[in-house]
Structures are given as structure tokens and as C-alpha cells.
Design a protein around this ligand. Structure first.
Ligand code: COD
Ligand code: ZN
Ligand code: ZN
Length: 376
């Protein structure tokens, strides 16, 4: 029986309050309104940002259905949708691309004004939600919400991908891989022969290494307090890996020593801590070094820095979704992954049934996973 036009009852993982667990409950998902798309989720990755939502480090409205890195099949479309049709394999876009706003029109921009990344309202464009639990609305997360068997997104926040794309690896293109790879290739524009330092070797940091390597960097230094991440980092292209815990000196001074006092050409902070953001900035060359902030800073964080760090010529940049334009770039990255242009195998360390979502987060807490993909 077709579900199109009807309310769908399905399972979803809701966080009811900051620091509360993910509770799998039965929700109701309303049909898509005009210019909206209802998607049956096939698989969804667990990203550290989802944990930030659960932990209350990123401000959102509760109750909320997190999850933003997924692959699904279009179940039905609302009036006026032309970019996808029922049956299409798609990736929901945690950073939409409306194509009409100034950041969408600017070749260097990607923070579409339709993005809920900074506003965190957790509702559709009309101010309402398509999710409800026991008759009460439940918020969405960054225009997506994928920890659910069905979700509804605006057509600005969905893109069709190759129907043959494997679910687990294609999921990574919805956030982790694109964010890291784009930070190196699009935001920093890493040059051949350069030296790079990557702070944080997780599901986003490792794709930064892949981006540095494909850009031709000759030296890639991985930095992590968890040495268990070093073998994968080296497999993907890191030439050296160091742990700040092994040194008495601040890690930026260690990096200066390792580069004859010059500092690295490019540094990337992929952890989300203000102290490592400052260390990454100070470890790049004082004149032409570029430091890219990839990790999401906690909503309440503030930093104090000497202006001299920038005065001498360093560039400090931020990068959301790797500076990529989601609708334009994700289908290309999916194809490149299918053509084995980069090695995605080590990134998906665990595949679990959706019901085991809390186990998936436990693996992340313990530093035992890179990416866990939950299959519906
Ligand atoms: N020094 C060195 N390494 C550290 C330190 C430290 N002080 N603290 C933690 N680490 C290491 C951990 O051991 C771990 O290996 C790594 O840092 C972090 O990796 P993960 O796997 O925990 O986290 P990721 O890689 O999934 O995500 C981290 C981000 C901070 C990048 C995360 O918040 C994120 O996904 N940001 C995405 C930003 C974005 O543009 N998102 C778009 C929508 S989400
Ligand atoms: Zn836009
Ligand atoms: Zn993410």
C-alpha cells in the first residue's frame, strides 16, 4: 500500500533534553508540504556533532531528532518538487544549497541562508515540524534529522546520487568526509609539496589527511592524544603522527621544532577545542601559514589571542562542510569514492542496526570507532 500522502508511523531516536540518552520511540511523520521531500532513511553515520547536541554543547531546541549524515530513498514529494522523484537514492543536506542567496551565488561561499546551522530553530521553513511524538512536535536538526526511519526535508536540502552508491560509504559524503576533504582542498587549497598538520584524527580529521594527500602535500603530521588512531592516519597518508601527551613543551612548539622553526604551511583543527585552535594557529608559518578551524566550537566558547599571531601574515579561516557547495559537490564526491579515487575503507569501522544507536555513541566516547553507520 502506498504511504504517499499519509502520516507514517515509524521509529526514531529522540533526545528529549540536554545530556539525556537517545530514546527510540514511535513517532508520526507528516507528508511533505509544497517543495518538501519525504525520505526513507537506509543508513546514517554517527558524527561527533550529534554527540554535541546530545551533550548540550551545541544549542538546539529539544526534543530533537539528531543525525545529519545519511543515505535514503525518496518516498514521496510535495507539490512543486522537481529536483528528485520517488525512488531516487539521495543524501539529505545538513548544509542546504538554495542556489538563490548571496553565499550560494558566490563561488567561494557555501553558508546558504536557508541553513539552520547557526539559527538552530529545528523547524521547516514555515516554522512547523513534520515530526510528532504523542501529539507534540519534535524538532529537526540542521535541516535534516536522520536518526529516524523517515524524515522530511526541504528540496534545498536533498540531492540525488548514483543509485549504485554503497550506503555505508555514501553516508560519509553527507558530512564527515566532505567536511574534512573540502577543508583541505577547497578552504585551505593545500598546494603540492607543502607541509600540513592535522589536529584530531577522527571521522573528520582523517578525511582532511586524504585531502592533503590528494593535493600533493609532501609532509602530513597527524596529532592526536589517542595513539590508536595513528595506524589508520598513516594508511591514509600521514607521514608522521605525534601525541601531545608525549611532550612537555606545548604542541605548537614541538611542531616548530619539527619544521626547523618555520612552522607548517597549513594546519587544521578538527577537534572543536579552543586550546587546540590556538595551538593550530600558532603552529603554522608566521608569514604565509594558513590555519583552518574545522571543529565546531562549543556555542558559549570565547578566545583571547595576541593580534601579533595574525599581524605577521598568517591566515585564520573557518570552514563549515569543507567550504563545499553541497548540491554541486556531494554527487561528484560519491562518484569519486565509487571510482576508488580515495580510500574510504578504513573510515567505516562499525556497522550496527539502528536500534543499537547508544552502543554506537559508546564506541565514539571510548575512541574505538572512526565512523559507525547505523543501518535501518
Ligand atoms: N589533542 C589532540 N587530539 C585530541 C584532543 C586534544 N586535546 N582532544 C581530542 N582529540 C582527538 C580525539 O582523540 C579524536 O580522535 C579526535 O580528536 C576527534 O575525533 P572524533 O572522531 O571524536 O570526532 P569527529 O572527527 O567525528 O568530529 C570532530 C569535529 C570537531 C570536527 C566535529 O564536531 C564535526 O563533525 N564537525 C563538523 C563541522 C561541520 O562543518 N559540520 C557540518 C555539519 S555537522
Ligand atoms: Zn542559499
Ligand atoms: Zn557531522
Amino acid at each position: 500500500m502506498s504511504t504517499s500522502g499519509n502520516v507514517i508511523k515509524c521509529k526514531a531516536a529522540i533526545v528529549f533534553e540536554a545530556k539525556g540518552p537517545f530514546k527510540i520511540v514511535e513517532i508520526e511523520v507528516a507528508p511533505p508540504k509544497a517543495h518538501e521531500v519525504r525520505i526513507k532513511i537506509l543508513g546514517t553515520g554517527i558524527c561527533r556533532t550529534d554527540e554535541h547536541v546530545q551533550a548540550g554543547a551545541i544549542k538546539v531546541n529539544y526534543p530533537v531528532i539528531p543525525g545529519h549524515e545519511a543515505v535514503g530513498i525518496v518516498e514521496s514529494i510535495g507539490e512543486g518538487v522537481t529536483c528528485v522523484k520517488p525512488g531516487d537514492k539521495v543524501i539529505p543536506l545538513c548544509l542546504p544549497q538554495c542556489g538563490r542567496c548571496p553565499p550560494c551565488k558566490n563561488p567561494e561561499g557555501n553558508m546558504c541562508q536557508k541553513s539552520d546551522f547557526l539559527t538552530a530553530k529545528g523547524v521547516m521553513y514555515d516554522g512547523t515540524s513534520r515530526f510528532s511524538y504523542k501529539g507534540k512536535p519534535v524538532h529537526n536538526f540542521v535541516n535534516t534529522s536522520t536518526f529516524t526511519e523517515y524524515t522530511v526535508v526541504h528540496e534545498d536540502a536533498v540531492v540525488k546520487i548514483d543509485p549504485a552508491a554503497p550506503i555505508e560509504k555514501a553516508c560519509l559524503m553527507g558530512c564527515g568526509f566532505s567536511t574534512g576533504y573540502g577543508a583541505a582542498t577547497k578552504t585551505a587549497k593545500v598546494t603540492p609539496g607543502s607541509t600540513c598538520a592535522v589536529f584530531g584524527l577522527g571521522g573528520v580529521g582523517l578525511p582532511v589527511i586524504i585531502g592533503c594527500k590528494t593535493s600533493g602535500a609532501s609532509r602530513i603530521i597527524g596529532i592526536d592524544i589517542n595513539k590508536a588512531k595513528f595506524p589508520i592516519a598513516k594508511e591514509l597518508g600521514a607521514t608522521e603522527c605525534i601525541s601531545p601527551l608525549d611532550f612537555k613543551k606545548p604542541i605548537n612548539e614541538v611542531l616548530l621544532d619539527m619544521t626547523d622553526g618555520e612552522g607548517v604551511d597549513y594546519s587544521f583543527e578538527v577537534i572543536g577545542h579552543t586550546d587546540t585552535m590556538a595551538a593550530a594557529l600558532a603552529s603554522c608559518n608566521l608569514n604565509y601559514g594558513v590555519s583552518v578551524m574545522v571543529g565546531v566550537p562549543p556555542s558559549a566558547a570565547e578566545m583571547t589571542l595576541s593580534p601579533r599571531l595574525i599581524f605577521t601574515g598568517r591566515t585564520w579561516k573557518g570552514s563549515v562542510f569543507g567550504g563545499l557547495k553541497s548540491k554541486d559537490d556531494i554527487p561528484k564526491l560519491v562518484l569519486a569514492g565509487m571510482e576508488k579515487k580515495f580510500n574510504l575503507d578504513p573510515l567505516v569501522t562499525h556497522v550496527l542496526p539502528f536500534e543499537k544507536i547508544n552502543e554506537g555513541f559508546e564506541l565514539l566516547h571510548k575512541g574505538q570507532s572512526i565512523r559507525t553507520v547505523l543501518k535501518m
